[in-house]
Design a protein around this ligand. Sequence first.
Ligand SMILES: Cc1ncc(C[n+]2csc(CCOP(=O)(O)OP(=O)(O)O)c2C)c(N)n1
Length: 803
Amino acid sequence: MQTIPDLKNNISFEDFKTEVLNDYKIAITSRECSLLGRREVLTGKAKFGIFGDGKEVPQLAMAKAFLKGDWRSGYYRDQTFMMAIGALTIEQFFAGLYANTNLELEPMSAGRQMGGHFVTHSLNDNGSWKDLTKQYNSSADISPTAGQMPRLLGLAQASKIYRQVDGINTNNFSNKGNEVAWGTIGNASTSEGLFFETINAAGVLQVPMVISIWDDEYGISVHAKHQTTKENISEVLKGFQRNNEQKGLEILRVKGWDYPNLIETYQEASTIAREEHVPVLIHVLELTQPQGHSTSGSHERYKNAERLDWESKNDCNAKMRQWIIESGIVTNEALIEIERAIKRDVREAKKNAWTTFLKPIQKEQQELLSILTQVASSSVNGVFIKKLKNSLATIDEPTRKDILSTARKVLRYTIGDISSEKKLLSNWVDALFEKAQPKFSSHLYSETNRSNILIKEVKPSYDDDAQVVDGRIILRDNFDAIFQNHPESLVFGEDTGNIGDVNQGLEGLQEKYGELRVADVGIREATIIGQGIGMALRGLRPIAEIQYLDYILYAIQIISDDLATTHYRTKGKQKAPLIIRTRGHRLEGIWHSGSQMGGILNLVRGIHVLVPRNMTKAAGFYNTLLQGDDPAIVVECLNGYRLKEKLPNNLTDIKTPIGVVETVKEGTDITLVSYGSTLRIVEETAKDLLSIGIDVEIIDVQSLLPFDLKHDIVKSIAKTNRVMIIDEDVPGGASAYILNEILNTQKAFKYLDSEPKTLTAKAHRPAYGNDGDYFSKPSAEDIFEAVYEVMHELNPADFPKLR
Ligand SMILES: Cc1ncc(C[n+]2csc(CCOP(=O)(O)OP(=O)(O)O)c2C)c(N)n1
């Protein structure tokens, strides 16, 4: 079905005819998929449908200009493009709609994403890279509108890095940076800030990117007059147009039904982006949406008769058809023949997709029915069990939910039975869960030997006369070694380049490694992360710097929606091992508190969250992360850059293990669990507590996600029988997360002789200044008194009430 890329004008008329008809067939196939797809939802076979009808013809043109090695970052309308590059068959289209969990049958996400979310596979099963220069590439779509834009920037930036930075091994990834990153977005989604942020950054960076705006004048029901100034996005963007004096974007416009002009426009865009590394925006106008936005509603509700009439007359497929006949390529009759055959093929493929989806589930249904027959005959509740069994038997097209919920309800009827049949059923339920649960829950993190958690610890070692230096020096020297040893690594952020970051952890490194590898960027956190995601998807090892932890909130949407789900939503077929470097913890003021850990932890499952208590630990984390495949956020302690640390003699080798806590002080009375800057206060308070006879054990969590994989905390609690979590986040923030891990995962309740305690900041954002901090976050006195109170409850005679 695939279109022929890079169609040049110097082909024979016969070849041209074949090519056009081949394209027309793709467009009609895609349309037929949309039409039948909608029906599958309305009849209940699929849950939700969002299709590419009305956007077919421009996608043919885009596919022709799209070369091997190129990347797409698009959205749910792009099924025609995916078909045209040969990355989506009709069966796969329907397998996605049905949420088939078999990755071979549903390569877009193994049923994890709703239909219309596309991807190609970058990785082999063992997690190693495929040769991305020899295949067409698509990053995995996400649903939030414009969420594809930040990543697009990085996909394009990677070409620039591969072209301009010497010493990187480009095998598998790039051919001299000739690859173009192609973005697609709906007209209404250009209202999002992420779109403007990306456009501006692309203009600044001058990267090979072609953004297509599919303009059908609506965003669901909302017309362009409510979306876009002047109702015209390319008009508004005119200021970005490059000219003879100034760099910028090339902006092109073309009508979405005009096949020959579309091909020409896309070839032009491709050449500009590929050869000059100049971003191009193509505003594709006059598109339609024949079936409305999605299966959730009908567009007759919000489009008037005049618009609906216009849409039916300007349907891009109909216009292409008309052009084919008028150009004498083939007759109307010949096209009718082609269309009839396609309808038949799509119907057939749809049926196959449904059968292959259903078969394994029906097999499970039959297995269960046979077990239930046995269970019913051996149970006193046989009558009720038979009823449930018969009800399951009547379902012709069952889901796994139908099957498992029947089995589990039957188990309730067998509570009083002691029989081999009951055992058979309960084993069968366990086995089905074991088989089915990973279909939905695997690959949140790397499952290969490049998983971060497998990387072994290398402890720092010290000379007897080890130099004592500011923490930032340790970081700087370690980054220096990283850039030396990993040519594919690079760092970028606000004030990261010229001054070597606001705390000078990168001092002098731009001079040494150049402006592309140690780079200043604009104030645009979301696209800083997007830049990192895109480059990581293409084999680079980016370190994206977010200046202060508080400002990660600007990027948390893209971190959560895109980065955290990349590996999961592709079932391990793409990875983005981005390292996010930031600093926080124990700064001051509402927007410089650096403590919002609970919010972050709950939004970034799929990413490791590390809070090293000093810069040696931080350096070790960076070294570990560069050996692994999982993305991570490293929060450096803001007040640690100028604190003195001993310089290890094996700095560049040290590795801080991930998911491992450290007991920094042993004790007998109570286990204090903390991390980051707060840990230092806990350590100081421990001395005061010891002076009055309270001997605490202190554990530094240091790796919040993943959390204490060896369950060392519960071992400590088994000894002390008491626990307190001390955290500078709000009540119910990270402390609640830690408590859940200790109580629910590690089952520490068995060992507790006192109520488990959390000591946190106040519920409000921390006020500014020393007193603001004192009255907002846990102070040394707060910690002292809270621990003392626990000991007072235990032994009021030795520890009488303090106040
Ligand atoms: C951040 C976010 N807000 C809202 C939505 C719900 N939504 C999905 S598509 C859509 C309209 C998009 O319109 P447009 O960009 O013009 O693309 P089209 O669907 O018309 O191709 C909206 C509001 C979403 N997916 N993400």
